[in-house]
Design a protein around this ligand. Structure first.
Ligand code: CTP
Length: 402
């Protein structure tokens, strides 16, 4: 997974020789799935052309408040640009710009946008050795960090002046890696392991037939994606489902039957912090699986069924430190049934779906849930998309695992 996938990166370029490296920087951000807009100080255009950067970023490059040359004279709204960004990066950041950033000077579009930005601001200084060592620069770096901006330290090496020492802008690949790692480390579920079950199970009758159900797996897959986006390492134990998932934090383990799901859950359960059982597991399976295809006869066919193991209940019995979350799909007497499942299966939370609610349950894109905790506190939610429901569920979990 690219942490920066879909993120909006606003790159501010100031007038240092390292500006020539920003072409590569833009390319790397685009490659990581980010969207990039560039603001240049007027003087930085001496080091790299706006055309190069707009071509690579696939966006117009801005450098003044007002673009007279544009076909329709254009006002570049620094507030909009600041609000657009998920991440602002100033690279290279010269001593001049750093100093202006400390005292709120905003005599160009980049500085005004910096003052308007609500997102995390990273800055990668670049300047000559003596400038980098100067107490005023050191003071700027400290002040900017006190403001909450994030320093991407300059490195040591041969500088454009020929001097050797500290002041070289970090390499573009290191800047991108720095921001990715910083983002990752701040994700609230970073370091947490979550087991999630999803989809139906298929219980074989003979080599070609099975007993299954209409579960699409959507709810469980959405929960897995939401948890992974927040940094969790997810073990998604999925019954047969057409849902797709591509996320480097999600390890998908495909199973078919309730027994296979049971085995996989028990394999991972010991090492996880949270288990969320969203699968629609068959409660019964054929007692004997015919080894040959069952032939049609005139008489009625009776298939004897035996109960499957209740996976959730078995995890409840083995629970040590895990937060255990179950689902309950009910048609009547919903709250009471859900509460008794909390007790019977030793759960911390249960997500109740009532089939009385339109748009809730199987094979829809929406769901309507009530979350009940072990003290029987109830939290009903509106009908929402399964994506939004997954966020509500993960938010409740976050309150309990942080
Ligand atoms: N579940 C499970 N293993 C089973 C059956 C259910 O892990 N063999 C889990 C489901 O994933 C869900 C919860 O148990 O999280 C409740 O499922 P549900 O079908 O509502 O309840 P059951 O316990 O099967 O009871 P009933 O069908 O009688 O309501």
């Amino acid at each position: 997974m690219h942490v920066l996938g879909g993120k909006k990166v606003l790159l501010g370029i100031t007038a240092g020789i390292a500006a020539y490296k920003t072409a590569n920087l833009v390319r790397l951000f685009i490659k990581s799935g980010a969207e990039v807009k560039v603001i240049m100080t007027p003087a930085s255009k001496d080091f790299i052309t706006p055309l190069t950067l707009s071509t690579l970023s696939k966006n117009p490059v801005h450098s003044t408040f007002y673009e007279k040359e544009a076909e329709n004279e254009l006002w570049n709204n620094h507030v909009d640009l600041g609000l657009w960004a998920d991440i602002m990066l100033i690279a290279p950041a010269t001593a001049n710009t750093l100093s202006k950033m400390t005292d709120g000077t905003c005599d160009n579009l980049l500085l005004a946008t910096y003052l308007s930005a609500k997102c995390p601001v990273y800055f990668a200084p670049a300047m000559d050795l003596d400038m980098y060592q100067h107490p005023s620069t050191k003071k700027s770096l400290a002040t900017l960090q006190d403001f909450g901006n994030i320093l991407i330290p300059a490195t040591s090496g041969e500088l454009a002046s020929g001097l050797i020492g500290e002041g070289r802008m970090a390499e573009p690949k290191d800047i991108v890696a720095f921001i990715e790692n910083d983002f990752l480390s701040k994700l609230p579920l970073r370091g947490k392991k979550i087991l999630i079950t999803a989809g139906p199970t298929y219980e074989a009758i003979d080599p070609v037939r099975f007993i299954g159900n209409h579960s699409s797996g959507k709810m469980g897959f959405e929960i897995a994606k939401t948890a992974a986006d927040l940094g969790a390492e997810v073990f998604l134990i999925a019954g047969p489902s057409h849902q797709k998932v591509t996320h480097s934090f999600i390890d998908r383990i495909n199973v078919k039957s309730a027994q296979e799901m049971y085995d996989a859950c028990h394999q991972y359960y010991k090492n996880v912090d949270v288990a969320i059982l969203a699968a629609a597991v068959a409660d019964y399976r054929p007692k004997n699986i015919a080894t040959q295809k069952i032939k049609k006869k005139d008489a009625a066919l009776v298939i004897e069924l035996e109960p499957t193991k209740d996976i959730l209940k078995s995890l409840g019995q083995e629970k040590t430190t895990q937060l255990l979350v179950g689902f309950a799909l009910e048609t009547n007497n919903e709250i009471e049934n859900a509460k008794s499942k909390i007790v019977k299966k030793n759960l911390d939370l249960i997500i109740l779906n009532s089939l009385q609610d339109k748009g809730a349950g199987f094979a829809t894109d929406t769901n309507k849930i009530t979350i009940i905790d072990a003290d029987f506190n109830q939290k009903p939610f509106e009908l929402k998309s399964k994506k939004e429901v997954s966020v509500d569920i993960i938010n409740e979990i976050l309150k309990r695992v942080l």
